[in-house]
Design a protein around this ligand. Structure first.
Ligand SMILES: [Zn+2]
Length: 78
Protein backbone atom coordinates (compact mmCIF):
# COMPACT_ATOMS: atom_id res chain seq x y z
CA UNK A 1 0.00 0.00 0.00
CA UNK A 2 1.60 3.25 -1.05
CA UNK A 3 1.68 6.40 0.96
CA UNK A 4 -1.53 8.34 0.62
CA UNK A 5 -0.84 11.17 -1.83
CA UNK A 6 -3.38 13.30 -0.01
CA UNK A 7 -1.26 12.91 3.07
CA UNK A 8 1.88 13.84 1.15
CA UNK A 9 0.14 16.96 -0.08
CA UNK A 10 -0.51 18.02 3.48
CA UNK A 11 3.02 17.51 4.68
CA UNK A 12 5.62 20.20 4.90
CA UNK A 13 9.21 20.07 5.97
CA UNK A 14 9.33 20.46 9.74
CA UNK A 15 12.72 22.11 9.47
CA UNK A 16 11.92 24.89 7.03
CA UNK A 17 8.21 24.39 6.26
CA UNK A 18 9.07 24.02 2.62
CA UNK A 19 7.36 21.78 0.13
CA UNK A 20 8.26 18.13 0.20
CA UNK A 21 8.39 15.52 -2.51
CA UNK A 22 7.76 11.83 -2.06
CA UNK A 23 10.27 9.59 -3.76
CA UNK A 24 8.34 6.38 -3.92
CA UNK A 25 11.15 4.28 -5.38
CA UNK A 26 13.50 5.29 -2.60
CA UNK A 27 10.84 5.43 0.07
CA UNK A 28 11.98 8.81 1.21
CA UNK A 29 10.47 12.24 1.40
CA UNK A 30 12.71 14.99 0.21
CA UNK A 31 12.34 18.63 1.09
CA UNK A 32 12.65 20.59 -2.12
CA UNK A 33 13.64 23.67 -0.16
CA UNK A 34 16.39 22.55 2.21
CA UNK A 35 17.11 19.09 0.85
CA UNK A 36 16.53 17.12 4.02
CA UNK A 37 15.39 13.55 3.43
CA UNK A 38 12.85 11.98 5.70
CA UNK A 39 12.44 8.22 5.91
CA UNK A 40 9.17 6.44 5.21
CA UNK A 41 8.67 3.48 7.51
CA UNK A 42 5.83 1.06 6.92
CA UNK A 43 4.38 3.60 4.50
CA UNK A 44 4.29 6.18 7.23
CA UNK A 45 6.31 9.32 6.65
CA UNK A 46 8.59 10.10 9.57
CA UNK A 47 8.60 13.86 9.51
CA UNK A 48 11.12 14.42 12.24
CA UNK A 49 14.14 16.63 11.83
CA UNK A 50 16.20 14.33 14.02
CA UNK A 51 15.35 11.41 11.75
CA UNK A 52 16.13 13.28 8.57
CA UNK A 53 19.30 12.96 6.57
CA UNK A 54 21.04 15.68 4.73
CA UNK A 55 21.37 15.01 1.05
CA UNK A 56 24.96 14.40 0.15
CA UNK A 57 26.22 17.26 -1.96
CA UNK A 58 27.92 15.35 -4.72
CA UNK A 59 29.32 11.95 -5.41
CA UNK A 60 28.87 8.87 -3.30
CA UNK A 61 31.97 9.02 -1.20
CA UNK A 62 31.44 6.92 1.85
CA UNK A 63 33.89 8.62 4.10
CA UNK A 64 33.17 6.98 7.38
CA UNK A 65 36.49 7.33 9.03
CA UNK A 66 36.63 6.56 12.70
CA UNK A 67 38.21 9.13 14.92
CA UNK A 68 41.93 8.65 15.02
CA UNK A 69 43.11 7.57 18.43
CA UNK A 70 45.10 10.20 20.16
CA UNK A 71 48.71 9.27 20.70
CA UNK A 72 49.84 9.18 24.23
CA UNK A 73 51.16 12.58 24.99
CA UNK A 74 53.62 11.52 27.60
CA UNK A 75 52.81 9.88 30.85
CA UNK A 76 52.57 12.09 33.82
CA UNK A 77 55.27 10.90 36.14
CA UNK A 78 56.28 13.01 38.95
ZN1 LIG B 1 13.13 21.77 4.45
Amino acid sequence: MPVDPDLIALLVCPACHGDIEYKERRAVIVCTACGLRYPVRDNIPVMLVEEAERASSSGSGASSGPAAPEPDGGEGST
